[in-house]
Design a protein around this ligand. Structure first.
Ligand SMILES: [Zn+2]
Length: 324
């Protein structure tokens, strides 16, 4: 018996269905291909840098993050906390002066109300230098219990944690940068700010940048506007570890050298600081002395663990008696 010929319209439907099937398979395969390639590329970005022998700056690209296309490797869960770790009996707690990228508060504690204003900044390198934040906590408690350490004519401000997202992300190397992967102590719009720098002698354990421009990060702008609205005589920006006390200014500014020497004497931290060959650009201390702060230093605790409280209590007294 002769098979009944299918009607033409039925054949057309079979072609359409097979065509759609083939199209779907091709789409799936090419999607998988691009996905695995991009995974490989981002895995390569996450690799630890190794020291380079040549002097050509060929660091990582300025931005690692294409918002909404690539998951941000520096992401920390946003929080909307407003509570502060210390609420004092006299009601003099923290003031929130800005927010991090993930909306964590950046707080300043104020002690005394004299005309000479002094500033301590801790935690600029987040969880990598968490002991600086612990030191700030200890100093806050101490000064609250011993207000007599603040001279009558002085005011002390302590920004206890400039990089709360970095602190929340991790202790150790992954906690150093902010949520954009920026090194905040390379993000200040000092005269020598650069997005990239030669890594010789510098910190190389993770990719990082100085930001898309000087002052590009909200944490940096928070500290800039705080300093801009006060008449800061002298400031200490705390770091760890071990290299000593670095005066602000390029080249080092005279009053900052004098402050560095006074602090080195008070603490036993090295001055002049150890020279690893690293060129520091866009630092808080450099920007500060270029913008009206009397004297500024980067000061490093002895290691990544201890707060060296007694040494830094001596440093606090030296700071509060320093007149630029
Ligand atoms: Zn540091």
């Amino acid at each position: 018996m002769k098979r009944k010929k299918r009607p033409a319209s039925s054949n057309t439907w079979i072609y359409i269905i097979w065509g759609v099937n083939i199209l779907v398979v091709v789409c799936l395969l090419s999607g998988a291909f691009f996905y695995f390639n991009s995974q490989r590329a981002s895995a390569a970005n996450g690799q630890v840098e190794t020291p380079r022998a040549d002097t050509t700056p060929k660091g990582p690209p300025t931005s690692y993050i294409l918002p909404s296309l690539t998951p941000n490797p520096y992401y920390t869960l946003p929080v909307f906390e407003t509570s502060t770790p210390f609420i004092f009996a006299n009601g003099q707690g923290a003031n929130i002066i800005g927010l991090s990228l993930a909306s964590r508060p950046i707080e300043v504690y104020t002690f005394g109300n004299g005309a000479r204003e002094y500033l301590i900044v801790a935690g600029i390198h987040g969880g990598y230098e968490r002991n600086t934040i612990e030191l700030a906590n200890e100093l806050i408690r101490y000064v609250n219990d011993h207000p007599e350490v603040i001279p009558q004519d002085a005011t002390l401000y302590i920004i206890r944690n400039m990089n709360p997202d970095g602190e929340a992300r991790a202790e150790g190397v992954d906690g150093r940068v902010n949520n954009n992967g920026v090194d905040l102590n390379r993000n200040f719009p000092s005269e020598n700010w650069t997005a990239e720098w030669n890594r010789d002698g510098c910190w190389i354990y993770r990719p990082t940048t100085g930001g898309s421009y000087g002052g590009s990060e909200p944490e940096t702008r928070t500290v800039m506007s705080f300093i801009g609205s006060h008449d800061i005589q002298a400031l200490i920006s705390y770091h760890s570890a071990a290299l000593g006390v670095f005066p602000g200014g390029v080249p080092w500014e005279a009053d900052s050298i004098r402050l560095a020497k006074a602090l080195a004497k008070a603490t036993g931290y090295p001055y002049p600081p150890l020279d690893t060959g690293c060129i520091y650009t866009g630092t808080l201390a450099d920007w500060a002395v270029e913008n009206g702060v009397g004297a500024a230093v980067d000061m490093e605790l002895a290691n990544h663990r201890d707060t060296d409280f007694n040494k830094n209590l001596n440093a606090l007294k030296a700071l509060l008696n320093f007149v630029p």
